[in-house]
Design a protein around this ligand. Sequence first.
Ligand code: PEP
Ligand code: MN
Length: 362
Amino acid sequence: MTEYLKEINQGISDISTWLPVDRTPWVIAGPCSAESQQQVLDTARGVARCPNVKVFRAGLWKPRTRPNTFEGVGRVGLKWLKAVQQETGLPTTTEVANAKHVELCLKNNIDILWIGARTTVNSFLVQEIADALQGTDVPILIKNPINAELGLWIGAIERLYGAGVRKLAGIHRGFSTYSETEYRNQPNWQIPIELKRLIPRLPLICDPSHIAGNRQLIERLSQMALDFGLHGLMIETHIDPDNALSDARQQITPDALLQLLERLHARSAAITNTPVQTRMAQLRACIDQVDSRLLRDLAERMKWVEEIGRLKKQHDIPVLQIDRWEDLLADHVSRGLQAGLDGGFVKAIFEIIHTQAVKQQL
Ligand code: PEP
Ligand code: MN
């Protein structure tokens, strides 16, 4: 650990000094974007029923990949967040991407600010935000950068700390990849784990919504985060997710959030803190990642099988060509052996795959 990281680790405030996190998981819930006062308040009323929810989130300025999409309601939403504070008592948080956003949020008493993944990558913007925060006491949550580079994440933490911010936390929201995967953003758990090793006192929050990109995976990712010893979750929650103006596929209703949280299993701190438990969760995550790749590759293989099946049919070629099959099997078994796999295991797998491929062409 470098000296500066050691200093940061000692200097950051304990989360309990700025948020009453009396249960695990504790949750930041609310819509991806504030859309209308009604939508914000209805969602807030829904999530406030859940004792795990400690903060209400809603994006006012939305970083969007393409222009001419909904880019947030902007400053008009600040008073909707004030209404949430007044009615539910929940502290509120929104994303800031420049000094102007910071200034407006501070003027309107937004309780907590977060820096988005597209901003963490940009040292000019992070520094501008840090400068705007000099002398203030507002807690800052820093999302990981879009690309899988721990240094950028740490750099942003250092800039904020350097500006005197002590109420800090990180948000793990996954990392962008070019290839199509089951996740919108790859979790790459080794990165938040390494951050936890380097700055153990920095609270780490997991944002399963942006990792998943779809509602189905949120629960599994939330459980994984708990298994890794992360205690906070940021879950996008919307009163009418299907009609959300941004990130519709990954938002859930307040009722679904309540049910999901009931199903999660938080391990006792004593178990979670053992390195063995963390290592187990890390290894499971690696296996999970490989399994999804295997499934995707199998699906792709079957697509090509179907295509070759059509070609054989068109040209009256028999489905099963025993020579080709024998060559393929021998080749795969020998390549499997070279890769350190058991020959019988490789043979058994390809026999199953081949049987299915033949069936699919009939
Ligand atoms: C968000 O939280 O809605 C958001 C834009 O997040 P990220 O910066 O993680 O993409
Ligand atoms: Mn979002």
